[in-house]
Ligand binder design. Structure first.
Ligand SMILES: *[C@@H]1O[C@H](CO)[C@@H](O)[C@H](O)[C@H]1NC(C)=O
Ligand SMILES: *[C@@H]1O[C@H](CO)[C@@H](O)[C@H](O)[C@H]1NC(C)=O
Ligand SMILES: *[C@@H]1O[C@H](CO)[C@@H](O)[C@H](O)[C@H]1NC(C)=O
Ligand SMILES: *[C@@H]1O[C@H](CO)[C@@H](O)[C@H](O)[C@H]1NC(C)=O
Ligand SMILES: *[C@@H]1O[C@H](CO)[C@@H](O)[C@H](O)[C@H]1NC(C)=O
Length: 812
């Protein structure tokens, strides 16, 4: 069993090793930047060859590398790949069968490469392809046989570039219907009429025809003619219209009743504008779209004022540059253009005022967007005709990104727009709100995001259904708005969700990037009808309550949808959870019941402590400990003294016959009986034996050196005395013996078998009265005979004699 698994491991290891080696032999590196959706982002990685990627990949982005060639072996077995992006490489060679295994491929981007010729064999197996981008490669023609023949599902096609010279009849055969066609043909010199004519339905067409419009009007006309249909929006790029001639191709579009036309990157003179208006006279164009426009003239277009443009419904301009802005005449003569549209947008075009008479021409405008211009409170007053009626049909007004400052002035100006429902005043300089404001009663939507508001007031109308106050400096919201359905408060400084009772109809609440660190069931319950919530990108404190609530109530289910996705809810604290997703955090029991846990463990510790202390006390462990310590200490100081004496080479000096140790309570007996009897024996009656020699006694009261450590004193007293007399009594045993047992247990005194110690029992005392722990004393009592102090007078003589003998025992 074990050996077979080892073998397996070895085999795996070997095969891995071999795989890697062949890898390096082949010179191909691999890319593993694939996400869970099997989308592999290998762009900007410096690859010079197609890297190895998992065979399961669904999308492979290889854009912006340095890949020069795709060989037959580079994409083997990628039968599931749906999208391949090779944009911005150095591709000059693609092997004929390179894409043969990509049966599922739906999107292929080969734009911005160095392909000088296209080969129909690349695409022969790509029956599923829907989008093909071949823009900006240096091929000059599409080639034969027709390259797109097999692409039966193709819906989006982009081709051409600065080098495209020819488009021949049949080049696009096989392409039958498209949603989007882009042809960059700024340098096209040959176009066979009808080349693009067979594609139908045709969704949207973008043509770049700089050169043809200037040099070859016939060619441009033929192309426009082939792609102009009433239902097909047409975008023309890179045109430079400077004369009558250059606008003539539009006659073809006009003839085919084109309805939606856009210009991008256009420069036009007055003459060409006038002629364009003439060419388009009576054509039911409904949408005119201009982006990145340079006007070289003075705006004198009145020569075309007789033309009919009643059909124009939407007029859109973005990024317009008027070269001679100061000579540019007023729009007043443009009544024939301005009376009709319902939607007008003039975005990012340095508009600083729209004179009242001009704005009064916009009689049909319902939607006016002047985003990103230079309107101030003053010029807006002029544009909205402070003292006059204007824009009576207006429903949506977008003044986002101007330099407005006064909300009270704005509200007064718009209050007479009696049909206004939407007002976008975001990205202006509003810093405060007056306490009340007049508004049109129809107003439902206000966007004041990206201003500098710090508080809100009842200035906000009660009729609001959508309110956007994102990216201000708000800290609280206390205004009831009963009709409100959407409230956007992201990017402010809220610490918690506002009270839901203010908004009984709220369905959407966005509060991303605030300072909300948690919220709970009751916060949300106050909202009666909330359906969509966005509170991500706050610094969440991942407490157990919050995490439990989030994981059980919010995550994937319930009536409430987290529209900003569960993944944007990240823990910021506690530190151990920082950076983890709230929805995926696992909290342990200990973390969740910390207080309980701490109290229980403290309780246990306390209990154990008490039990241990009781046990210690019961078994006198402290006493034994103290004893051990003292023993060690005394041992050391005794050794020290011994060494010193040895060094000095002299015998211990014996200056006393006996050291008497007694309890303070027994001092009376010692002083009145013992000392007189032994130190100064009285002259006895003649005939009696001669009086005994006096003995010298050491008494702590009398003979101890003051100022020395008591233990040292006792020790040296014992050392300097031949015998030690213990006067034992109940008192002595209970209170004084301690010290001896503690401090001198090491002493020769106790070990010498009791020769040196003499015990006097002042009162009857049996061994069993001595506490068990005084083992030395008990030992002493059992090994040494002791003298009992007799109560009867006549036996005392006997006692003294025995004591004297004992004291002199050595000399016997
Ligand atoms: C193609 O057109 C570009 C401008 O779009 C011009 O700079 C370039 O010289 C032209 N190339 C040829 C080969 O005519
Ligand atoms: C705009 O068109 C001009 C030719 O009229 C061209 O040279 C220029 O590159 C174009 N600009 C962009 C951004 O496409
Ligand atoms: C513009 O050219 C067309 C045809 O080439 C001609 O019919 C028309 O009169 C010209 N218009 C002007 C204003 O020159
Ligand atoms: C106003 O214009 C901005 C920028 O074009 C856009 O994001 C916003 O949705 C517009 N507001 C309205 C109410 O159309
Ligand atoms: C409010 O305006 C901002 C900036 O112009 C825009 O991004 C946002 O989408 C608008 N809000 C709503 C709710 O349309």
């Amino acid at each position: 069993m074990a050996s077979s698994s080892t073998l397996l491991f070895l085999l795996t290891f070997l095969s891995l090793g071999r795989g890697q080696r062949s890898n390096t032999d082949d010179g191909r590196s691999s890319c593993s930047r694939c996400d869970l959706q099997l989308s592999c982002n290998c762009s900007h990685a410096g690859f010079t060859r197609v890297p190895m990627v998992t065979g399961q990949a669904l999308r492979l982005d290889l854009s912006f590398n340095s890949i020069a060639v795709v060989t037959d072996n580079d994409l083997p077995g990628h039968t599931q790949l749906k999208a391949l992006n090779l944009h911005g490489n150095r591709l000059s060679t693609i092997y004929p069968s390179a894409f043969d295994s990509l049966w599922s491929l739906e999107e292929l981007d080969l734009s911005e490469n160095l392909l000088t010729a296209l080969n129909h064999t690349w695409f022969r197996k790509l029956g599923a392809l829907q989008q093909l981008n071949l823009l900006n490669n240096p091929y000059s023609h599409l080639g034969f046989p027709p390259v797109f023949q097999k692409l039966v599902r193709l819906r989006n096609l982009a081709l051409g570039g600065p080098d495209l010279k020819e488009l021949r009849r049949g080049d696009l055969s096989g392409v039958t219907q498209l949603e989007d066609l882009t042809v960059k043909a700024n340098n096209l010199t040959r176009y066979d009429s009808g080349t693009l004519a067979d594609i139908w339905p045709l969704g949207h067409v973008t043509l770049s025809l700089h050169g043809p419009f200037i040099k070859n009007v016939t060619l441009a006309s033929a192309m426009l003619s082939d792609v102009s249909y009433p239902e097909t929006p047409l975008t023309l790029e890179d045109l430079h219209l400077n004369a009558n001639e250059s606008v003539q191709p539009f006659r073809e579009s006009a003839r085919r009743r084109i309805r939606d036309i856009s210009f991008r990157n256009l420069s036009a003179s007055d003459e060409s504008v006038v002629n364009l208006l003439v060419v388009m006279d009576g054509v039911p164009i409904s949408r005119l779209y201009f982006e990145d426009i340079t006007l070289t003239g003075e705006g004198s277009w009145e020569k075309a004022s007789w033309t009919d443009h009643k059909g124009i419904d939407e007029f859109f301009i973005r990024n317009i540059v008027v070269l001679d802005v100061f000579k540019f005449t007023s729009f007043l003569q443009l009544k024939f253009l301005l009376n009709y549209p319902r939607r007008v947008s003039v975005i990012n075009s340095m508009v600083y005022v729209m004179p009242c008479p001009s704005s009064q021409l916009l009689v049909n405008v319902q939607y006016l967007d002047v985003t990103d211009n230079l309107l101030t409170d003053l010029t807006l007053a002029e544009s909205l005709c402070e003292k006059n009626e204007t824009l009576k049909e207006l429903r949506v007004l977008n003044i986002s990104g101007n330099v407005l400052k006064s909300l009270s002035k704005l509200s007064r100006l718009v209050s007479k727009l009696t049909k206004l429902t939407h007002l976008d005043i975001s990205r202006n300089g509003y810093t405060s709100m007056p306490s009340s404001c007049p508004w049109p009663s129809t107003l439902r939507y206000i966007n004041i995001s990206r201003a500098k508001l710090t508080t809100i007031t009842p200035c906000l109308p009660k009729s609001l259904e959508v309110l956007d106050l994102s990216n201000n400096d708000l800290k609280g919201f206390t205004l009831p708005l009963p009709a409100l359905r959407e409230l956007h408060l992201s990017g402010n400084k809220f610490l918690k969700l506002p009270d839901g009772q203010l908004f009984p109809n709220l369905q959407t609440l966005a509060m991303q990037s605030n300072a909300v660190n948690m919220f709970n069931q009751s916060d949300l319950q106050s909202y009666g009808r909330l359906e969509n919530l966005q509170v991500g990108q706050n610094k969440f404190f991942c407490s157990c309550d919050f995490v439990n609530f989030f994981q059980s109530q919010l995550k994937g289910g319930g009536d409430l949808t987290l529209t900003d996705g569960e993944d944007s809810y990240i823990c910021d604290s506690p530190f151990s959870l920082q950076g983890e997703k709230v929805g995926q955090v696992h909290l342990t029991l200990i973390m969740c019941h910390r207080v309980l846990f701490v109290s229980v463990s403290c309780g246990c510790a306390l209990f154990v402590g008490i039990v241990v202390s009781v046990l210690l006390w019961r078994f006198h462990v402290f006493w034994y400990l103290k004893m051990t310590l003292a023993w060690l200490k005394a041992k050391r100081s005794s050794q020290h003294r011994q060494r010193r004496r040895n060094d000095e080479g002299c015998e211990p000096l014996l200056s006393f016959d006996a050291f008497v140790s007694y309890s303070e309570r027994d001092a009376g007996w010692v002083e009145n009986f013992l000392v007189p009897e032994l130190e100064e024996p009285c002259e006895a009656d003649s005939g009696n034996p001669p009086s005994p020699q006096p003995l010298t006694l050491c008494l702590h009261k009398r003979d101890f050196l003051p100022g020395q450590w008591i233990v040292d004193n006792i020790m040296s007293a014992i050392e300097r005395s031949r015998r030690t007399v213990f006067v034992l009594s109940e008192n002595f045993v209970q209170s004084d013996w301690c010290r001896y047992e503690l401090d001198f247990s090491h002493f020769w005194l106790f070990d010498a078998g009791g020769d040196a110690a003499i015990l006097i029992l002042l009162e009857p005392l049996s061994k069993d009265d001595v506490p068990k722990r005084f083992c030395k004393l008990r030992k002493l009592m059992s090994s040494t005979t002791y003298l009992e102090w007799p109560q009867e007078e006549e036996r005392r003589e006997e006692f003294w004699r025995s004591l004297r003998n004992a004291l002199r025992g050595e000399d016997k």
